[in-house]
Ligand binder design. Sequence first.
Ligand SMILES: [Zn+2]
Length: 221
Amino acid sequence: MIVDIHVHTKMGSSDSLIEAEELAGWAAQKGLGGVCITEHDCRYAQEVAQLARGDGVLWISGIEVRTNLGDILAFGLDGYRTEWADAEELKRAAEKVGALLVAAHPFRRDFSPVGYGGSLFFKPTITLGEACRRPIFQLVDGMEVMNGGSTEDEVEFCFRVSERLGLLGLAGSDAHSLKTVGSCVTIFERPLKDEGDFLEELQGGRFHVEDRRSQIFGTRG
Ligand SMILES: [Zn+2]
């Protein structure tokens, strides 16, 4: 079952162009079995539940929390509190209810472009060791190894970090416009009927990730 774990709509993200109602029809057409709405620092549980159209798409309301240690996707929390801007507070809240925390695009600002033989590469400005020692990774269960905005080099680096730290490696589009929804996806081995299934299958590692940008846009990265 194909799930985009990271989508923003106009409901709660002023930087998104996506109308939630439009997205509701679009998701099934694009073959998505589930969509997580992860607005910035807010959660719209009721509104997200109402997006269901009886077409089998599972709608999950998560949050993308801006914390002192970086952006963290949270699944399984039942609201939003401003004190979660402190990542340790967010972790305490998540532990209480069994919520799952995922570092969103953790190295977005750690790559610089390098031209070589007419090609453009992106080089990390930190070492793998430095990356693994970042405090955020002490608090999260997983990280986004693929994000709709990440380059191929960044994806490879993320995989190495997640493997070294034994963190779950997820993928989401981070879509702010309709055409990018589903560009990077997490594919579950089993069908999911609700948020409980989603959390359980993630924790069990019964999924893999896929970059579909080449299918959608004809290029990758
Ligand atoms: Zn985002």
